[in-house]
Design a binder for this molecule. Structure first.
Ligand SMILES: Nc1ncnc2c1ncn2[C@@H]1O[C@H](COP(=O)(O)OP(=O)(O)OP(=O)(O)O)[C@@H](O)[C@H]1O
Length: 216
């Protein structure tokens, strides 16, 4: 039985697109992050020092509400995991953009919220899908998509931010152990434009779902 699947990966990796493709393929409900409705994100890009904590509390609340809904649906794909927000926060704390004590409090709150407790359904996903992309692909996608606050042409310091961010992803994925996981090569497989690549990626995910017993 397919239950809760979550996508993860850098900005522009194709999480939302693979969410739609997978939801259609598996006949499940898709949940999206809603970047355009996020009131804190543009503020964060203007002043990361001031808004890292608020952004992450906003996202924690938003994602938890989505997880509760996903658990009720029992059959869902979400375009962003709750776990990778800590990666952004940690990176900002490491580079003194965020306060390390704020990060510790946030991280402990996340752990308590996600902990399995007797009598309650687990909030952890059944499968995490990580789309790996290179910095080059990430930068091209950010430019192509054109979200104003993400553009290096408006704020050149974002190039360094993106380069540091991508270095945090691989170790984060290796360490992730809240559920079974699978890595998709987003540089090799253009599952948005190339039908064969899309089939290959869906096969890889189906095989994994079979292996973990979530697909008959
Ligand atoms: N915890 C966080 N801290 C800082 N910024 C974040 C955080 N979570 C998301 N963002 C920002 O929100 C925006 C959307 O990010 P995300 O990678 O989730 O979606 P996306 O770019 O639409 O992905 P995709 O194209 O793969 O669907 C990006 O600008 C990202 O940097």
């Amino acid at each position: 039985m397919i239950q809760v699947i979550v996508l993860s990966g850098p900005i522009g990796a194709g999480k939302s697109s693979l969410t739609s493709i997978l939801a259609e393929h598996l006949g499940t409900q898709a949940f999206y992050e809603g970047v355009d409705n996020n009131p804190v994100l543009p503020l964060y890009y203007q002043d990361m020092k001031r808004y890292t904590f608020l952004l992450n509390i906003y996202l924690l609340n938003h994602r938890l509400a989505q997880i509760n809904q996903a658990i009720r649906e029992k059959n869902s794909v979400s375009d962003r995991s709750i776990y990778e927000d800590a990666l952004f926060f940690k990176m900002n704390a490491d580079s003194k953009v965020a306060d390390p004590t704020e990060f510790k409090i946030y991280d402990s709150l996340l752990e308590n919220m996600m902990e399995d407790t007797p009598g309650n359904p687990s909030k952890k996903p059944d499968l995490l899908i990580y789309i790996h992309v290179s910095l080059d692909t990430m930068l091209k996608r950010i430019k192509k998509r054109g979200r104003s606050f993400e553009q290096i042409s408006t704020d050149p310091s974002l190039k360094d931010y993106y380069a540091r961010l991508i270095k945090y992803y691989e170790p984060w994925y290796e360490k992730y152990d809240a559920s079974p996981k699978i890595k998709i090569d987003g540089d090799k497989y253009d599952f948005i434009c190339d039908e064969d690549a899309k089939k290959e990626v869906l096969n890889q995910i189906d095989d994994k779902l079979h292996a973990i017993g979530n697909l008959e």
